[in-house]
Design a protein around this ligand. Structure first.
Ligand code: CAA
Length: 263
């Protein structure tokens, strides 16, 4: 792959968008390669992913404006679908995905970060949906996920005004989970990912699914989704071992870390 790298560190995978000359802007090739990278993750071994951008300046500066500039209506819709299909793949990926936002997260950059489960950013990060200034709407899920993640009123304000916000404001409105210095960004993301990876994998996956699926339906249906996924955890090796450890007051015994396929 030309613009995406994938590395594995213990049970954590790191996917890096590496098109630094264009501030990691998302053209069709980057979107295809990202999709390929997610497809290549070995879900039997990897417990958590980190998504980041190459360089110190930009996470992702949006969809590629050069590529979009000459699209027809039908091509524009197809480009939106390409991005949306990938971002939905990330959002519904079986294991958690942490966005380590190392600078500009504009347009498609803000949108791809919102398709991740958790966002940690460096203090030089800038978020925004500048699309209306370019004569388009946010097209990779921004109108939908920003409204759900912050609030409809705040999402409308940010999208209609096309105003960029700095890391501290993104934190204040709940768009990011944590702000750290640029040097601390990857260590912090890796620490959080390792903490997630140390927990029972079926339980973590089921939590992601319960939260995601439950948010799409009313509470009566949502609690049924939870009950099913809660029930699914029983009889797993991790559930049996972890609860036995507690009952035996054996604090030394760590949660068994078994490959997912053997759980
Ligand atoms: N698409 C294509 N190329 C981009 C890009 C983008 N979104 N963002 C930056 N680049 C390119 C620039 O064209 C430039 O390339 P050259 O060196 O070949 O000229 C290079 O990256 C460096 O960018 P700048 O010289 O502009 O760097 P800067 O520090 O002066 O400014 C910036 C940085 C404020 C992020 C500015 O690049 C910028 O405003 N970028 C566009 C941000 C934007 O509007 N994003 C939304 C895109 S629309 C979208 O994403 C739609 C959607 O929802 C699907």
């Amino acid at each position: 792959m030309e613009f995406v790298t994938y590395e594995v560190n213990d049970r954590v995978g790191i996917i890096t968008i590496n098109r630094e000359k264009a501030l990691n802007a998302l053209n069709s090739q980057v979107l295809d390669e990202l999709s390929e990278a997610f497809d290549s993750v070995d879900l039997n071994e990897i417990r958590c992913l980190i998504l980041t951008g190459a360089g110190e300046k930009s996470f992702v500066a949006g969809a590629d404006i050069g590529e979009m500039s000459s699209l027809s209506k039908a091509e524009g819709e197809a480009f939106g679908k390409k991005g949306n299909d990938l971002f939905r793949k990330i959002e519904t990926f079986p294991i958690p995905v942490i966005a380590a936002v190392n600078g500009f997260a504009l347009g498609g950059g803000c949108e791809i970060s919102m398709s991740c489960d958790i966002r940690i950013c460096s203090d030089n990060a800038v978020f925004g949906q500048p699309e209306v200034g370019l004569g388009i709407t946010p097209g990779f899920g921004g109108t939908q996920r920003l409204a759900r993640l912050v609030s409809p009123g705040m999402a409308k304000q940010l999208i209609y005004t096309a105003r960029n916000i700095k890391a501290d404001e993104a934190y204040r409105i709940g768009l990011v989970n944590k702000v750290v210095s640029a040097e601390e960004l990857m260590p912090e993301a890796q620490k959080m990912a390792a903490g997630i990876a140390a927990n029972a994998p079926i339980a973590v996956r089921n939590c992601k699914k319960a939260i995601n699926d439950g948010l799409q339906v009313d509470m009566d249906k949502a609690i049924v989704i939870e009950e099913k996924l809660f029930g699914d955890c029983f009889e797993t090796e991790d559930q049996k071992a972890a609860m036995a450890n507690f009952l035996e007051k054996d604090k030394e015994k760590k949660l068994k870390v078994v490959p997912f396929k053997n759980c």
